[in-house]
Ligand binder design. Structure first.
Ligand SMILES: Cc1cc2nc3c(=O)[nH]c(=O)nc-3n(C[C@H](O)[C@H](O)[C@H](O)COP(=O)(O)O)c2cc1C
Length: 232
């Protein structure tokens, strides 16, 4: 089996497992810490009137088989409101240092609640409070209003002296439950493109497609990948 991280070109016979390739590239970027957030990806949703909107999120899980990715966010945010009306989503990774790009297009669903609970519990305590503190994407009067809102909500969660969270001793920190409006988004790609930079702009590029049909809320039946090489 060809190692995706040592390949400088896509093999003449296109691999049948492009998600494994993408995951190997992501894992390499993370293990070598090639940038501050090597797992960052741009997520593009479609809002009212067909207007696309992109923003960076962090890929927190990548399951190559059967093939989905997970990011975490506020379910009341603009991006998730877009997904309520149109579950189509595009994801984009770019690791400049490796000359690699991965593009994906597919459908987004909420992660199972238990999975979001487990991830939330693994986050650092300050970030757990932050998830309660911010109504992501809602308008805000001022930075001071936000700090005051976070403080008040922290107190409601049982936190004392909420102004300086890091100064609170670990044994004095109340357990913070996951907010119901915060959790994972699973993205199931139906299309993936791998791109490797080439000299003189003669890059290497191929796109794979598969069938995707929803079986249960968060589970899809997927077909095999079929690849096509593309001109750069
Ligand atoms: C490096 C980086 C990582 C980010 N990671 C996340 C993330 O994992 N989840 C998230 O909701 N927002 C994340 N953000 C903030 C988003 O880019 C965005 O500002 C926020 O989610 C609101 O987007 P929306 O109003 O379109 O929903 C990140 C931003 C940057 C620059």
């Amino acid at each position: 089996m060809i190692d995706p991280c040592s390949a400088t070109r896509l093999p003449a016979e296109l691999p049948s497992d492009p998600m494994r390739w993408a995951k190997a590239w992501l894992d390499e970027a993370v293990s070598k810490q090639v940038q501050r957030n090597p797992n960052s990806m741009t997520a593009i949703t479609v809002g009212d009137g067909g207007q696309p909107a992109g923003r960076v999120v962090l890929c927190k899980d990548f399951v190559a088989d059967p093939g989905y990715l997970v990011f975490y966010t506020n379910y009341k945010s603009d991006k998730v409101q877009h997904l309520e009306n149109n579950q189509n989503i595009a994801l984009l990774f770019h690791w400049d240092v490796f000359g690699r790009q991965v593009r994906m297009e597919g459908e987004a669903v909420h992660s199972p609640a238990e999975e979001s609970d487990a991830y939330f519990a693994s986050r650092d305590w300050g970030s757990q409070i932050g998830a309660w503190g911010s109504d992501q994407s809602a308008p805000l009067e001022s930075r001071a209003a936000l700090i005051s809102q976070v403080g008040k909500r922290a107190m409601k969660l049982g936190v004392q002296a909420a102004k300086n969270l890091t100064s609170i001793a670990v044994e004095d920190r109340p357990v913070i439950a996951r907010p119901p409006h915060w959790g994972g988004i699973r993205v199931w790609p139906r299309r993936i493109e791998l791109w490797i930079e080439g000299g003189d702009r003669i890059h290497d590029r191929a796109r794979w497609e598969r069938s995707l049909s929803r079986r249960e809320h968060d589970l899809f039946d997927v077909g095999g990948w079929s690849g096509t090489r593309l001109q750069p």
